[in-house]
Every structure is written in C-alpha cells, then in structure tokens.
Design a protein around this ligand. Structure first.
Ligand code: ATP
Ligand code: MG
Length: 585
C-alpha cells in the first residue's frame, strides 16, 4: 500500500474545533432542537473538485463525523449541458481520497418530480406565476440596487391559467426561454433575490441523469433549498456568497412546507428512496482563498482546454486530483483546513501555509531515501575497484518503527554537483578542493584531486576516505562542517524526476491589476524534468508512495507513469520554503 496517512490524521491539538458553526450545532443538540445532525456537500458536476472544495468537504463531512450524524453527497445537477458523468465519478473518487464517505449519494435530479409538484403547490397557493416576459424584459423590470423593480404584467394571472401554462411548459409545448415560472414575492424588496425570482426555466437539453424526460429545469435556489428539506438536512453549510440568498432559501422551504405535505414527496417513496423531510437552516462561512491558486472551475477548465497543463490531474493543478498526483496528502490537506479554521471573515491564505502543512505530515510519515538529481562523480581512491559494501540506514531519523534498509556503497558514488565548490562562497560548508566533508553514513572524505574536461568543467572528484572515521568507529565523531548525501554509482537506478513548482509566478493570478490576461502569469518553470539517480530501495516504490529524498525534498512515485524498474518521481515540495526569500519575506 502507499503511505497514505489518512488513518492517522495529523492534527494541531486534541482540542475540539470551536468555530461558530460547531457552536451552533452543540447548542442545537443540547436544546433538543435536533436529535441528530444531517449535513450535505452539494457540488455541481461540471468540473473536478479543487482545494477550495476541500474546505466545504472537511466542514460538512467532518461535522457529521464529530457529532455522530451523517453527510450526504449530493450532485447538484440542475444545469444540463455543462454537466458530465465523468465529473460525477471524479467527485466521488476525490471525496473518498480526502478521507470521507457519504451516508447517501443523491442527485438533485432525483427530486425533479417532487420539485415539480412543489411548484404546482406554490401556484395553487397563489405564490408563483408563469411569466411571458423575455429575459431582457425580466432584467429591465427587476430594477437595481437603488431602484425598486416593477411588477410583470403577467403577475396577476389567475391560478388556473398559471397551472395550465406550467403544465404545458412541462409538456414541452413552448420554446426555450419563452416563459418562466416565478415566485410571487416582492418586486420592491431591497434584496434583489426576492424580486420574484425564477423557479423554473424552459431548456430542451438532454440531462446527464434524466435524459430527455424534462424540458423544464428548476433554478438553483429553489432546487437547492428543497433538496436540503427533502433529505432532512439540519444544517446546510455554504459559502458567504449565498448569504443574500438565504431569505429566498427560507421562503422556498417555508412555503412549500414539505414536512406537512407527504403527497409532494410520495414519488420518492414509490421509487424506494428513503426521505424524512425537515426544515433546514442555512449557515454561511467564508471561502478558502489561497495565494498562487485558481479556485474557479471555469478557469481550471480553461487551463486544461487550452493545454497550459496536461490535464485535470496535472501535478501543477490545485484540483484535488492534481494535488493527489503531485503527492500532497489527504492528512496534510485536512490539516490546512483545520489551521485555517471556519469563520465569516474573508481572507487569502498564504500558499506557504499549505506547503508547511504538507511538509509537517510528510516529515512524520515519509521514509527517507537518497537520490542525486544533478550528479557529479566522486571516486574514493583508497578503496579497491571491486569494493562492495552494504550499509544499514534507518528509514526515519525520528521514528524507529520505520526500521532500516540496506544501502549499497562502492568506490564510485554520485554526489550533487552543488555540494562541491571550487571557489566556495562565504559560509560554504560542503566539499572544496583539499577540504573534508562527511559522506552520510559512511565517514569523512577529503578532496585530493579535481578532474576537469577540455571545457574546464569539473567531471570528477578524487577523494580519500579516512578509515578511522568510518560509521560506528570511535573516530566517526570527529567534527567536520558538512554532511552530504550520495548514491553508489554502480548500484544507482536512473529515474525520471519531475520537479514541480507553483503554477503561477504572482500571488493573485486572477486579480492582477496589470491589464494582462490571468494566463500570462503562468510560471514557465513550474515543471522541469531531469534524470536522477536513486538508491535501489527507492525504486521498489509502489505508485503514490512518498519519500523524503534526503536534503532535496519530498517526492512521490507518480501514480500513473511510475513502474518498478522504470521509476518516475514527482517532487511534492521542497524541504524549506524557497519562495519566502524571493517575496522578500
Ligand atoms: P464554480 O462556481 O467555479 O463552478 P462553485 O464554487 O460554485 O464553483 P460547486 O460545485 O457549486 O462549485 O461547489 C460545491 C460546494 O463547495 C458549494 O457549497 C461551495 O460553497 C463550496 N465551495 C466552492 N468553492 C469553495 C471555496 N473556495 N472555499 C470553500 N468552499 C467552497
Ligand atoms: Mg456553484
């Protein structure tokens, strides 16, 4: 198995999260308002989930888990044409990967018949009417933030005429966009959402779940509020942009009043779908905004469609599947969400905070290996040509439970080119001509000779190994300034190593005030492919297994392209934040 750390979540502390939503839930349980907590996560299947969705997932699924309730996964599929079964499967996979499972999987489209009956009830109650205004006229009549709207001339149609027209809309008699069903609320309301919002529109488009059976589709606010009520959701958690929609949400729930009208949801019972409608409460929280990230599905789709990246799961993408392929861990993502917390305060979280969470999780859970990405040959001249030694290395410096592994050592090893400097900069602690350095787990070597090619390029270092300094001997404690890693040249396995970095070179790519399109801020160096040399124990990795390559960073065996014997590794994250310096921080 991969070293997925979902089973042992990294947490900040053992303290329970104490945000305002959990506070409300505790009170609702204590007062007996609810016997159990029911939440839902309602993505629209028009793209893959991204890091922003992780906040909504961790909140709704996390609360259900913490309070012994349940959370549904509901595909909010009321926009046919933009939605695709491929995304439905992707969403399910990503939610599970993040460490959550749903009580029931539902589709808003499961409720089309119930929603239709509910609309008829509103018409019968004189609370909805069929409007013949064109979309442009509707906009004109709506008014503005400072100006009241005007009533549509069709607003006072008799109930019987509304019923007849709505049934004919459902029968497919009218052209797309020619009529809408609108709630009759208040065209002078300060909140524009209450100015007779549309409940249904005509759209003759094949639906991914219901095919061609419906020529009319419910609008988001109506479908969402009633779906929550149908499923018996107690706390409907969503992002702040829905705050202004809450009065409409409450209006739909209260006026349809599903709990008192079982005849409306009888179709579900007939279809064997369990329901216990209730009155849900919507609570809003602030979105997760991360610097250097794009959290709009439309823009993520643009990156894919215009080939700026290699697909939705490109390791540079901040989709959940991109992060997964990159090697980010579910526990690290959950830790970020926990750290950021839940509030109504909008803010932008520094991407470095995210990376720190991933490092923290990987530091605990990733075994260590040695790899050299920019090799320079080092020959230990005082060892015989056929020297072949097996060293035992701990797999984790802080956790003995990781055990040890065999690391072969021979006369010729690869070291990182940057671990040698002919003319050392000030403070350089690694190998220099005539200087000494410790070869990790071996002993102290002294640089005796520097071999160059015709272009004056260093191609080989010849060193002597101090036999007294060998690992385990008393002389091993002798102080030298630096320790470097290495890989035995004879035993090393070549690997494709993909060095990933942030996809954008500015913190707010979709918000730069420089007149440039947001795609102009793509970092051309976000992917660099090199050939590296790995110690043999790293090449036995299974796809998605993660390691710390000592001194280089955390790496993951690519879940698609890696093969034992033909290793492909992705850099998850460097060991330290390399962006803080550049940002002057
Ligand atoms: P888009 O408008 O780009 O298609 P969306 O945000 O509307 O995306 P949905 O699929 O409707 O995407 O989102 C499902 C749920 O995830 C919603 O409840 C939404 O509030 C929540 N969500 C989306 N983005 C974020 C974010 N950045 N932070 C927290 N929650 C989010
Ligand atoms: Mg949406």
């Amino acid at each position: 198995m991969s070293n997925d750390s979902a089973a042992k979540p990294a947490t900040d502390s053992n303290a329970e999260p104490r945000d305002f939503i959990r506070q409300i839930i505790r009170e609702d349980l204590a007062s007996g308002k609810h016997a159990a907590i029911h939440t839902r996560f309602p993505p629209e299947p028009n793209g893959y989930l991204h890091i922003g969705h992780a906040k909504a997932i961790c909140l709704s699924f996390g609360i259900a888990r913490e309070f012994d309730g349940w959370c549904n996964l509901r595909l909010d599929d009321t926009n046919p044409g933009r939605e695709d079964p491929e995304f439905v499967e992707g969403i399910k996979e990503d939610v599970r990967w993040l460490g959550y499972d749903w009580h029931e999987l539902r589709h808003a489209s499961d409720y089309f018949e119930v929603l239709y009956r509910s609309a008829i009830r509103l018409i019968e109650n004189g609370q909805a009417y069929v409007d013949d205004l064109s979309p442009e006229q509707v906009r004109e009549y709506r008014g503005t933030l400072t100006e009241a709207g005007r009533n549509s001339p069709y607003r006072d149609r008799p109930v019987a005429e509304n019923l007849d027209l709505f049934k004919r809309m459902r029968a497919g008699e009218f052209a797309d966009g020619s009529r809408t069903l609108r709630a009759k609320i208040d065209m002078t309301a300060g909140n524009i959402n209450l100015r007779d919002p549309a409940l249904y529109r005509i759209r003759k488009v094949t639906h991914q779940n219901t095919g061609d059976s419906w020529p009319i589709y419910p609008m988001y606010d109506f479908a969402h509020a009633l779906s929550d009520a149908i499923e018996g959701i107690t706390h409907s958690l969503c992002t702040l942009e829905f705050e202004d929609h809450r009065p409409l949400y409450d209006w739909c729930v209260a006026n349809v009043d599903l709990p008192s009208h079982p005849e409306l949801w009888q179709p579900l019972a007939d279809a064997g779908i369990r329901t216990q409608p209730a009155t849900p409460r919507q609570i809003e929280f602030s979105r997760l905004n991360l610097s250097y990230c794009i959290t709009s599905k439309r823009k993520l789709a643009q990156l894919v469609n215009e080939a700026f990246v290699d697909g939705w799961d490109d390791p540079r993408m901040n989709t959940l599947r991109g992060l997964r392929r990159r090697g980010f861990t579910p526990a690290g993502i959950r830790l970020l969400i926990e750290r950021v917390g839940i509030s109504k305060q909008n803010s932008v979280i520094d991407y470095a905070v995210f990376e720190a969470c991933i490092r923290e999780d990987l530091d605990t859970h990733a075994p260590r290996r040695m790899a050299v990405l920019d090799p320079l040959k080092l020959v230990v001249t005082n060892l015989p040509d056929d020297h072949d030694e097996t060293l035992s290395f701990p797999n984790h410096p802080k956790d003995e439970n990781f055990g040890t592994r065999d690391v072969p050592f021979s006369r010729e090893v690869w070291i990182e080119r940057e671990d040698f400097a002919e003319v050392p900069p000030k403070g350089f602690k690694r190998l220099v001509p005539g200087g000494e350095v410790r070869l990790r787990g071996v002993g102290i070597v002294k640089c005796e000779d520097v071999i160059k090619d015709a272009d004056d390029q260093v191609i080989e270092l010849r060193v002597s190994l101090d036999p007294e300094s060998r690992h385990g001997l008393p002389g091993a404690d002798r102080k030298v300034k630096g320790t470097i890693h290495w890989v035995s040249a004879r035993h090393a396995v070549a690997a494709e190593v993909r060095l990933y970095d942030r996809l954008f070179n500015v913190a707010a790519p979709d918000n730069e005030d420089d007149g440039q399109p947001w795609t102009s801020h793509i970092n051309p160096d976000a992917k660099r492919v090199v050939q590296g040399w790995l110690e043999p124990a790293a090449t036995a990795a299974e796809p998605e297994q993660r390691f710390q390559f000592e001194r280089l960073g955390y790496f993951v065996a690519d879940r698609i392209d890696h093969r034992p014997g033909a290793p492909v590794f992705n850099r998850v994250v460097t060991l330290r934040d390399t962006w803080a310096k550049q940002a002057g921080g």
